[in-house]
Design a protein around this ligand. Structure first.
Ligand SMILES: [Zn+2]
Ligand SMILES: [Zn+2]
Ligand SMILES: [Zn+2]
Length: 257
């Protein structure tokens, strides 16, 4: 599949965002906009289709800031709070597009979202205009949204098996600390890889910076960008230390392929 894709980073921060509430460290007090990180999400656009990966608690702000005016589908990586709790903001897109929006995730993720947002599923006509309209789909294998092929890629996030996604020659692997051998076949020949890199110290559920650099080296995409970044990593300082084709992403970064 050869498609032109435009990737917009709507958020590149860890679950607390950067700055963290009440923190006075160098990164949290930095005036450089590249050190300000909303919760992690990307928008993937082709000419016809606009796909949102995860609905963060910052979704409304992200949509306003980066002029996201259309969402044809939502892909969920997993059920953690920093990846799902903006789902209610989908109401505006339902209104603008006059349609419900399909959401895709693995079985566990869809189950947790349906529990967390159980009011959405109440088919109560009285509240029709106040509820997000979502069609939930459980996915295991590759599928299509319009003419775009989506390949779910299983990665490990601590003890949890979650999904990354390959779309054309782009792959988005947030929240992971291990890529199973069985998933590597989906990661050959990438133009752009996005990978989790939380901080310098190791973590039980996320790659740290040095692990992310070696994983990116193994996957060997033309270019790699790191996301889900904490206040431990100052944008310019770290970017100067990274190889030429591997960089920290930042909110608002647009990558075309
Ligand atoms: Zn997360
Ligand atoms: Zn801080
Ligand atoms: Zn997570």
């Amino acid at each position: 599949m050869k498609k032109n894709l435009k990737i917009t980073f709507l958020g590149t921060g860890t679950s607390l965002g950067v700055p963290e509430i009440g923190c006075v460290c160098e990164v949290c007090t930095s005036t450089d906009m590249k050190n300000k990180r909303l919760r992690p999400s990307v928008l993937v656009e082709s000419e016809e289709i606009s796909i949102l990966i995860d609905t963060t608690p910052d979704l409304r702000i992200q949509a306003l800031k980066y002029k996201v005016n259309r969402i044809n589908a939502i892909l969920y990586t997993h059920q953690h709070a920093d990846h799902i709790y903006g789902l209610d903001d989908i109401r505006r897109f339902n209104y603008l597009q006059k349609s419900s929006i399909p959401c895709y995730g693995n079985e566990k993720t869809i189950k947790v979202i349906m529990n967390s947002f159980s009011y959405i599923l109440k088919n109560d006509k009285r509240f029709e205009y106040f509820l997000p309209k979502i069609d939930f789909h459980t996915i295991n294998n590759k599928f299509h949204i319009g003419d775009i092929e989506i390949i779910p890629v299983e990665v490990l996030h601590g003890g949890l098996s979650i999904l990354g996604f390959r779309i054309g020659n782009f792959a988005y692997l947030t929240d992971c600390n291990k890529i199973p051998e069985s998933s590597r076949k989906f990661l050959y020949g990438l133009d752009v890889l996005v990978l989790d890199a939380l901080r310098k110290k190791s973590h039980i559920a996320h790659f740290n910076l040095s692990e992310a650099v070696s994983e990116a080296g193994l996957i060997s995409a033309d270019r790699a960008f790191f996301t889900h970044i904490s206040h431990d990593l100052e944008h310019n300082t770290i970017n100067k230390q990274l190889p030429e084709n591997i960089k920290l992403a930042y909110d608002g970064l647009v990558v075309e392929l």
